[in-house]
Design a protein around this ligand. Structure first.
Ligand SMILES: N[C@@H](CCC(=O)N[C@@H](CS)C(=O)NCC(=O)O)C(=O)O
Length: 239
């Protein structure tokens, strides 16, 4: 039995959701409403001591980290493979997913978290202090502490946009060699991982991610949006 705990089809939660849907796997949908702090429930924190999503439970065993979860799913359920057989292509795929985890996601998180400032700054100060105490992960605690006050500085936001510009250039370059999917004709976990962040770019940085500034990325986003599994993501937004 598979169960996925997630915040809905966005960012890191989108990564395993899309993988499960692409592979037509049945799973229990454990949507957690982050605005209601459902990921702070003691029952969930027993599974995730860091209080973080996404998290997969397979036959009672917990698998963490979105990229690792997807590799695990593809190993355990090899039908409709999402990793190429060729070891070199597989290495290329892992370089692409590693880049998202180490560079793209942290840059996008700055803009995403800053966008939550209006929500977080309205939370009663004592309530927020109690919430912060219940955040075991130091980076997450620091993020929420900042966005409950003034958010990120102009310099930090500018630097995040600079890094996102590099991400757009990176994927634009990749797609100029391989117009269909990131590895060419083979649709892979790299497309899934990149889409989980890149789907947010047109709204986050419209000046960088538009048909003129990044034509290959724009076309790839449209091809992704056309996939039945991507369309099905809409059903996982929670009530
Ligand atoms: N490297 C982890 C990152 C997971 C992560 O950052 N999760 C965020 C949501 S995207 C989270 O659970 N945040 C908890 C919070 O903001 O309170 C992964 O890829 O799974």
């Amino acid at each position: 039995m598979l169960a996925l705990y997630h915040f809905g089809p966005v960012a890191n939660s989108l990564t395993p959701l899309l993988c499960l849907l692409e592979k037509n796997l049945a799973f229990e949908n454990r949507f957690l409403n982050s605005r209601k702090w459902e990921h702070h429930d003691p029952a969930f924190q027993k599974l995730s001591p860091e209080g973080m999503v996404p998290l997969l439970v397979h036959d009672g065993r917990v698998v963490r980290e979105s990229t690792v979860i997807n590799e695990y799913i593809d190993t355990v359920f090899p039908d409709l493979a999402l990793r190429p057989q060729d070891p070199w292509l597989q290495a290329e795929m892992r370089v692409l997913t590693k880049y998202v985890d180490e560079y793209f996601c942290p840059a996008l998180t700055v803009l995403g978290a800053h966008g939550a400032t209006s929500f977080a700054s309205k939370i009663d100060k004592e309530e927020m202090a109690r919430r912060l105490e219940r955040m075991p992960n130091e980076e997450v605690r620091e993020k929420w502490s900042r966005v409950s006050k003034t958010g990120y500085t102009e310099d930090e936001l500018t630097d995040a946009r600079r890094r996102l510009k590099n991400c757009v250039a990176r994927v634009e370059g990749q797609l100029s060699h391989n117009e269909q999917w990131l590895l060419g004709e083979f649709f892979s976990l790299a497309d899934i991982k990149w889409y989980s962040m890149a789907a947010l770019l047109p709204r986050a940085v419209p000046d960088l991610c538009n048909p003129e500034a990044a034509p290959a990325l724009h076309r790839w986003l449209a091809r992704m949006a056309d996939r039945p599994a991507v369309k099905a993501l809409e059903n996982y937004r929670g009530a």
